[in-house]
Ligand binder design. Structure first.
Ligand SMILES: [Zn+2]
Length: 253
C-alpha cells in the first residue's frame, strides 16, 4: 500500500505542474490526473475542479475494480454512469470523481503505470484537429521524443467523453500493447487531447511537455515544407539503446 499523504502530495504537485497557465496544457476545468494507491484504490481529480489550483478536498479516493468493470457495459446510460462514479468513492462524503475516472482506473492497472495525466494542450490539439493527427501519433521527429514519449503514441478516434471514451481507450491501448509488446507512454485523443502514463509524476510531465514540443516542431515543419520524421530504424535504435535507458532512469522516467 502506498503512503497516502505522499501519494496525494505527489498528485497535487503533478496537477499544479500540468495546470500552470504559462504552459498552456489545460485551462479552467480542463484535464485530470490520477495515481494508484493500492491493489484496488486510486486517487483522481474530482469533477469540476482546476488542475492549477487543485486542493486535497478536490481529490477523490475511489475503488478501481467497479470502474474497470463499467468498461464492459459500454451502453450504460448517463444516469447509471453517474451513480457508478459516486458508488466507486471510498468515502461517500467525497466529491464526485471526474467523468474520465473510468479510463484512469483502467490505465492504472497497466504494468509500470502509477500516475496518469490528461491535458488539452493547444499545440497538440492543433494537430489532433487536423489531417496530421495520424502521422503525428505514429511518427517520431527527434531522439528526446523517443526517450520521453516512447517509439509511438496510441491514437484514439473522437468519442463522446465518459464511458464510451473509456472503452475506446482501453481497446486502442490493448491492441497497441498486443502489436508492440510495450505499454505506451502517450495516448492521443482526436479532437480532444493527450494522456500521459508514467511510473512517476516526472515521467508524466516529461511525456506531456515533450509531446507539446514535438507538436510545435511539427507545426513549424508544416510551414517549412512539410514534416520529415525519423526513420523507423532510427527510432528503434534510440528506444533500444542502453545509454538512453540510463538517461530515462536518471530523469525519473
Ligand atoms: Zn479531456
Amino acid at each position: 500500500m502506498t503512503d497516502l499523504p505522499a501519494a496525494l502530495n505527489s498528485l497535487l504537485a503533478l496537477s499544479h505542474d500540468l495546470g500552470r497557465e504559462d504552459r498552456d496544457l489545460a485551462i479552467l476545468g480542463e484535464g485530470n490526473t490520477s495515481t494508484r494507491t493500492g491493489p484496488d484504490s486510486f486517487l483522481v481529480k474530482a469533477s469540476g475542479s482546476s488542475l492549477g489550483t487543485l486542493s486535497a478536498a478536490q481529490v477523490t479516493a475511489c475503488r478501481i475494480a467497479p470502474l474497470v468493470a463499467l468498461l464492459d457495459h459500454a451502453t450504460l446510460g448517463d444516469t447509471a454512469v453517474d451513480q457508478a462514479l459516486l458508488d466507486a468513492r471510498i468515502d461517500p462524503a467525497a466529491r464526485k470523481p471526474s467523468v474520465e475516472a473510468m479510463f484512469h482506473a483502467w490505465l492504472l492497472t497497466l504494468p509500470g503505470v502509477h500516475f496518469v495525466g490528461h491535458t488539452h494542450p493547444s499545440a497538440v490539439n492543433a494537430l489532433l484537429c487536423s489531417p496530421y493527427a495520424e502521422a503525428f501519433a505514429r511518427q517520431r521527429r527527434f531522439p528526446d521524443e523517443v526517450v520521453c514519449c516512447g517509439p509511438e503514441s496510441v491514437l484514439v478516434p473522437y468519442i463522446d467523453p465518459g464511458l464510451a471514451l473509456g472503452c475506446a481507450i482501453r481497446d486502442a491501448v490493448k491492441s497497441s500493447i498486443a502489436s508492440t509488446g510495450i505499454v505506451p507512454r502517450v495516448v492521443l485523443l482526436k479532437n480532444h487531447g493527450l494522456i500521459a502514463l508514467g511510473a512517476t509524476p516526472a515521467g508524466v510531465l516529461a511525456a506531456t511537455l515533450m509531446t507539446v514540443k514535438a507538436a510545435r516542431i511539427t507545426l513549424g515543419a508544416i510551414t517549412a515544407g512539410g514534416p520529415v520524421p525519423m526513420s523507423r530504424a532510427d527510432v528503434d535504435r534510440i528506444a533500444g539503446r542502453s545509454d538512453e535507458h540510463y538517461r530515462q532512469r536518471a530523469l525519473g522516467l
